[in-house]
Design a protein around this ligand. Structure first.
Ligand code: HEC
Ligand code: HEC
Length: 373
């Protein structure tokens, strides 16, 4: 890797070129990157902020957020999406009627709760950090260990998880929903071909259809589509630093993640960990410490970080990544530049109508009562 990506760089990225010589780059690293600046060469040493021009060819690893995230197995209809929205916010899908999907994946908080791990039924804590639901439908699998195939399958799982929503079984879920006439009607409309439309699988399909609408773009998308002014000079310098380091070898695609499993500690071991990632699910030795590479969209807003929420600070999350995933020690300046870029991955404010909690369908005297046990 002798090629320099930066022909001329602004002050913010000075020193990055040295990072190219590091030996720890994983073998899959194939940076297709070149960056050039329109600034004259001698300007690199001046103190004023420089125009950073990124060669657009080097952006091939990324893609703007698609407008839709369809699933052929779960064709979307407005009725299904609306039902999914109701269910997403409905705490009566939990044993004690006090936990909904939105409790841990708050749509007004970038789809997370900003806690290391999330309290569910009776305040019990799980062992993993809640990832964002924004754009999750685009991931190749769901969960940190990929154990659910898609958002439809995933959505059925927290409902009967004893430390999350803790419903005892599917029967109680169906009993609850069929006790509410508006739900019965809504399920019929959303699943007109089903003999028994109210089922846990259809709860998953409806919520999944709703989650597939949670695609909110930001200035990063505008930049990728050709608007040079969408990112500031320091954000572009950060983008170059991100690519110089090789972060996009794993964090790629429209979500900058969600496309592959990677070993946490692929270059330098992570150390002791009770959570062995995908191995805990498959019991296959080579799956030890494999985690789905998470999305970096909205990352500045979705801390704390890593699968266990153990890292509070985005700078620390970044320097640890460079060490353990790339075998590189970033300078403070490089870290700062990368964090500037990561901050630019925050989406625009989502449209109010997309994330508004709907008015709940009223319970009836047949609705099973909240159960704190
Ligand atoms: C008590 C908190 C809690 C509740 C309630 C909850 N989740 Fe989660 N969710 C989590 C945690 C923690 C994970 C990660 C678990 C893992 O990977 O093992 C997760 C993972 C996910 C993922 C995977 C995202 C990704 O990037 O892999 C999606 C999608 C999701 N939840 C949606 C939902 C939906 C829909 C509901 C309601 C039916 C729900 N969650 C209820 C805490 C919660
Ligand atoms: C070899 C693949 C690989 C490379 C290279 C890599 N990452 Fe990661 N990244 C991962 C995986 C896997 C995780 C999940 C780790 C965990 O939580 O157990 C992760 C997690 C993260 C997180 C925390 C995300 C969250 O939601 O908590 C951030 C931030 C991050 N990476 C940024 C970076 C940056 C910046 C770089 C470049 C310096 C980088 N990564 C390089 C695979 C990689």
């Amino acid at each position: 890797m002798k090629r320099s990506y930066l022909l001329v760089a602004g002050v913010a990225v000075a020193g990055l070129v040295a990072a190219c010589g590091d030996s720890g780059t994983p073998s899959q690293s194939k940076p297709s990157a070149t960056a050039a600046s329109s600034a004259p060469a001698q300007a690199a040493s001046a103190a004023a902020p420089k125009a950073v021009t990124v060669d657009r060819e080097m952006l091939a690893a990324f893609a703007p957020l698609p407008k839709e995230a369809p699933n052929a197995k779960n064709p979307s209809t407005p009725e299904k999406v609306e039902l999914g929205r109701q269910l997403y916010f409905d705490a009566r899908l939990s044993k004690n009627h006090d936990v909904s999907c939105n409790t841990c994946h708050d749509l007004t908080k970038f789809g997370v709760d900003n806690k290391p791990t999330s309290p569910g039924h009776k305040g019990q804590l799980g062992t993993r950090n809640s990832p964002t639901v924004y754009g999750a439908a685009l991931h190749f699998r769901q969960f940190w260990d990929g154990r659910a195939e898609d958002v439809e399958e995933q959505a059925t799982m927290p409902i009967t998880n004893p430390v999350e929503m803790a419903m005892p079984d599917e029967k109680r879920v169906v009993e609850t929903l069929t006790s509410i006439p508006q739900y019965v009607e809504a399920f019929k409309k959303a699943f007109p071909e089903d003999k028994e439309p109210v089922s846990l699988a259809n709860v998953g399909k409806a919520i999944g259809a709703f989650e597939r609408t949670l695609l909110v773009r930001g200035k990063w998308d505008k930049y990728l589509e050709g608007d040079e002014s969408a990112l500031s000079e320091s954000e572009k310098a950060g983008l170059v630093a991100f690519m110089e380091a090789g972060c996009q070898t794993c964090h790629a695609g429209p979500m900058l993640g969600g496309q592959n499993y990677q070993k946490l500690g692929s270059v330098r071991p992570w150390g002791e960990s009770k959570d062995q990632g995908r191995y805990d699910h498959t019991k296959v030795d080579t799956d030890k410490m494999l985690f789905k590479t998470p999305t970096l969209r909205n990352i500045a807003k979705t801390g704390p970080y890593y699968h266990d929420g153990s890292i509070k600070d985005l700078s620390e999350a970044t320097t640890k990544m460079a060490i353990h995933q790339l075998g590189k020690n970033l300078s403070e300046q490089q870290t700062r530049a990368i964090v500037r870029f990561l901050e630019a991955l925050t989406m625009d404010a989502p449209p109010a109508e997309l994330i508004k909690a709907p008015e709940a369908f009223p319970s009836t005297d047949k609705t099973p009562k909240a159960d704190p046990s």
